[in-house]
Ligand binder design. Structure first.
Ligand code: ADP
Ligand code: MG
Ligand code: MG
Length: 877
């Protein structure tokens, strides 16, 4: 039997095989087939990685055979041999998942070097120094990545070597010094591991491939996957590629570049390179790189060729490219290309520019912007007046735009902790590394002392839409003592600073921020999204202010107006408490009469703000005791106000206490017990609508939504109160007012019996917060405490309260859609949980045919774009 293919030569692949070959592998293959100079190699597929994990973390013999076979072919292509002393083949071993996870997994360079081949390389290249420099790099990387020996231990040895020889830079070490260093490195290896550094290149290769597979599951990769919605079962591919050397002298070098400016989107080449350096040196920010345009002076021919290929790649992929290249003795090689990460501003400008110049269709352009990125456009900028009052203490690179103000933290851990306790933090680091990822997520802004525009901090911050100032060399940082000083002033942990990621300015002190202005590109692009999408986008808004904000962001209505939020306000809570502890219907009606005008006033404000757009008002939802006073003082006051004894009130309060409030006396259950609440709320909705219709001439059709329904009779009971009350008012006012009564589908029983429920409900709105909670059977307030263990043990990959559980909760949604339509073909369907602002969940809503999603105001643009993307991917009528 022919065994399954797990290993592909670059010339056997193409860009469409990304799932199998990973992004890096697929693009190396594509470039090979386009005739672009790429050092040749092969890719061990993602399926091999998946198999590695199912085979108890072992590479099976048939995969090993295929690797050896591919290696033979690579030897033939390159006319070099693995382990050969005359013409040794050296390779890099590079990770590459389906989607790029920059810096999350590991790469090993110069593999194939040993005590013999290093001499071969020295002779072949006629360069001793280079050979030993490569060897010491290889030992260092292999020891770190494959064997887990701390990098620091090797760096200490390099530092002592520099000291001994009285030099400042690595590049000043002579070949004799490097030879000694290699000996010391091997000794360190033996001391740490107990065996000699492996001399057999094939053993080195298999160990390294295994290490890359292993790195798919390192903790920082797992965190990155969770943040970026990447499934854990995809696995990574491994690319084995012939080495080319940027560290062979002044006609060699290495660099990274983008075809457009990733911060602004401007159409001009943008990048950095280092002469006489190898791969990692540019990104690591060890030496300060040159801007790419300077290459035109250093190596003009290489620059021209580079520019030609860069343009060819952008045309070919129809997107801005992020490329890695190396020049070996004036010969240019491309080592990677991918669609470049960019800021939201840049993403919009590039998408619009590329439609305008005819490179993209609008449908294609819509897919070029990450919905989540839009967030960063809506984030605050500095208040100009305050900005002037605050001193600029330093200036760094404007690595990722936006404004941030917060307390200084020097470690990712602290940033995470302070953020967890509700503080705003600025993460200040010498430079960031992938281990800092959680701290970077927690921070409002990131400030680094070292590193360029393509440093780790810059790339990651841009991707997250977090403000970042990088390479701020004026600052003297002492990470151990947790201080930094600049211009004679010292800043401690916990002091406030502010960053402007668009100018690179660092300010000493806190600065107020305000909402940003939205650019013309945004308007144009979002206009296209709106013309494409079928799914409507409403907002969750409880106040006129939120409603106006949401309309500005493009909301088409309110999908969820929570009436209880109005109850909590200072001047109302007393009346609400009175209602709750009332013993008789009389008493309760009296209290409700006090609430009615307030509620009416709120609804009038909302109807006016919405100018006739649809508004769904949900009746009182939370457990009653949430409104009760807890402080002794408040309880006393309430007793006095209600003219009852303190003991009696305390008795009522403890009676109302619930063991499981989320599953207690709440939602429509309250109206079943106290119909007068539904009566009051109906009155407020209908009377306020009539008033606004009369005053403003808006066309209003109130939508009343009954929460937490699980049974038809229950819905009918509450609906009857609504109908009686509403119809009486309408008759009294002599007005022709239509209104709708619908329900939330948030109790699994309602989803299961949706055909029944639809008999009385004119619309469904999926309340996926409660539906998730009740389907999983865990509380959304407590799940955070144990979900981490579920991620660690790979039971769940993401928070089901943030990202809809499409296979479980989603199944209930689909069922309810089908059943609801069976009874009432024109039933109006929406979703109003947190998931309305999550792109993959929005896509799901589009796919199951909902009419709208509703999300918080700042999420509205995101949902509009996600809905348009869903339509492009899966058009619906
Ligand atoms: P990452 O995904 O973290 O960027 P890469 O696999 O791209 O990791 O490799 C890290 C660095 O090593 C890059 O700068 C890359 O250009 C360089 N590199 C990788 N393979 C080779 C090779 N065959 N020859 C020369 N440099 C290489
Ligand atoms: Mg790379
Ligand atoms: Mg609910």
């Amino acid at each position: 039997m022919e065994s399954k293919k797990y290993v592909y030569l670059f010339k056997e692949g193409n860009a469409k095989m990304r799932n199998l070959l990973g992004g890096k592998g697929a693009n190396l293959a594509e470039m090979t087939n386009l005739g672009i100079p790429v050092p040749q190699g092969f890719t061990v597929s993602t399926e091999a990685c998946v198999k590695y994990y199912t085979d108890d973390k072992k590479i099976s013999d048939d995969i090993k055979d295929q690797i050896n076979e591919a290696l033979k072919q690579l030897e033939n292509i390159s006319s070099k041999r693995f382990g050969d002393t005359e013409k040794p083949l050296l390779v890099s071993v590079r990770s590459g998942a389906r989607v790029s996870m920059p810096g999350m997994m590991d790469t090993i360079l110069n593999l194939g070097l040993n005590d013999n081949t290093v001499e071969g390389i020295a002779k072949l290249m006629n360069n001793d120094r280079f050979a030993y420099d490569s060897y010491r790099r290889f030992i260092q990387m292999f020891s770190d990545v494959v064997m887990g020996i701390e990098k620091r231990k090797f760096e200490n040895l390099i530092d002592s070597a520099k000291e001994e020889n009285n030099v400042k830079f690595d590049t000043e070490l002579k070949s004799e010094d490097l030879k000694k260093l290699v000996l010391k490195f091997k000794q360190l290896y033996k001391k740490e591991i107990g065996t000699d550094f492996p001399q057999d290149p094939k053993e080195q290769l298999l160990e390294s491939i295994t290490a890359v597979f292993r790195s798919w599951d390192n903790p920082r990769a797992i965190v990155y996957r969770r943040i970026n919605d990447i499934p854990g079962d995809w696995g990574t591919a491994v690319n084995v590629q012939a080495m080319v050397f940027g560290n062979m002298g002044d006609t060699s070098g290495t660099g990274v570049a983008f075809t457009r400016d990733p911060a602004t989107g401007e159409k001009k080449i943008f990048g950095e390179y280092l002469i006489n350096a190898q791969g990692e040196d540019v990104v690591a920010g060890i030496r300060t790189p040159q801007p790419i345009t300077k290459l035109a002076e250093d190596l003009p021919q290489c620059f021209d060729e580079f520019m030609n290929i860069a343009q060819k790649l952008e045309k070919h992929y129809k997107d801005m490219q992020d490329m890695e290249f190396t020049i070996e003795q004036s010969k240019l090689y491309f080592l990677q290309t991918r669609n470049g990460k960019r800021t939201a501003q840049a993403a919009l400008k590039i998408a619009v520019d590329m439609v305008n110049d005819g490179s993209l269709s609008k449908d294609e352009a819509i897919l070029r912007v990450e919905p989540k990125q839009l967030d960063s456009l809506l984030h605050p900028v500095f208040d100009i007046s305050e900005l002037k009052k605050t001193e600029v203490i330093a200036h760094g690179l404007p690595a990722s735009p936006g404004a941030a103000s917060g307390k200084i933290c020097f470690t990712a851990e602290e940033a995470k902790n302070h953020h967890g306790s509700g503080e705003k933090v600025i993460l200040v680091r010498l430079e960031t590394s992938p281990e800092d990822i959680e701290g970077m997520v927690a921070a409002e802004g990131i400030l680094t002392v070292r590193g360029g525009m393509t440093s780790h901090a810059a790339v990651v911050a841009r991707g997250m839409g977090t403000c970042c100032v990088a390479g701020c060399g004026e600052i003297n940082i002492n990470e151990d003592e947790k201080i930094f000083s600049v211009k004679g002033k010292t800043y401690h942990e916990g002091d406030f600073i502010s960053l402007d990621g668009s100018t690179g300015n660092v300010y000493g002190g806190a600065i107020k921020t305000s909402s940003p202005e939205i650019s013309g590109y945004f308007e144009t692009f979002m206009g296209w999204a709106d013309s494409i999408r079928k799914l409507k986008v409403r907002t969750n808004a409880d106040t006129p202010k939120d409603a106006r904000q949401a309309i500005e962001f493009g909301a088409e209505g309110i999908g969820l107006c929570r009436t209880e939020h109005m109850f909590f306000e200072e001047d109302r809570i007393a009346a609400v408490r009175e209602m709750i502890v009332a013993k008789t219907t009389e008493q309760r009606k009296k209290a409700l009469a006090k609430i009615l005008p307030m509620q009416k006033k709120d609804f009038i404000g909302i109807y006016e703000a919405m100018e006739g757009k649809e508004v769904t008002i949900r009746f009182l939802d939370p457990p009653l005791h949430e409104f009760l006073p807890t402080a002794e003082e408040d309880i006393k006051n309430l007793a006095v106000e209600m003219n009852i004894s303190l003991d009696e009130l305390k008795g009522t309060i403890s009676y109302l206490h619930e063991f499981n409030p989320m599953m207690g006396h709440r939602g429509c259950r309250l109206c079943v017990s106290y119909p007068e609440i539904a009566e009051m709320q109906t009155t407020a909705v209908i009377e306020s609508a009539i008033e606004v219709i009369r005053n403003k001439r808006y066309n209003i059709v109130p939508e009343i939504m009954i929460p937490l329904v699980g049974e038809l009779k229950e819905l009918k009971f509450v609906k009857n109160i609504v109908l009686e009350t509403a119809d009486a008012i309408i008759k009294r006012e002599g007005i022709d007012l239509k209104y709708k009564v619908g329900t939330m589908i948030e109790v699994p029983r309602a989803a299961l019996l949706a055909d029944e429920i639809a008999k009385e409900a004119e619309f469904f709105s999926f309340g996926t917060n409660d539906l998730t909670q009740l389907t999983f059977g865990f509380s959304r307030d407590d799940a955070g405490k144990f979900l981490g263990d579920y991620y660690d043990n790979k039971i769940y990959e993401s928070d089901p309260f943030a990202k809809l559980d499409q296979i479980g909760v989603g199944k209930l949604v689909e069922l309810a859609v089908t059943l609801g339509r069976k009874t009432r073909p024109d039933i109006h369907l929406g979703l109003c949980g947190e998931h309305g602002g999550d792109p993959s969940s929005v896509e799901f809503c589009h796919n199951v045919g909902l009419d709208y999603v509703s999300c918080s105001p700042f999420r509205v643009p995101l949902a509009r774009l996600a809905a348009a993307q869903a339509q492009v991917k899966n058009p619906r009528g």
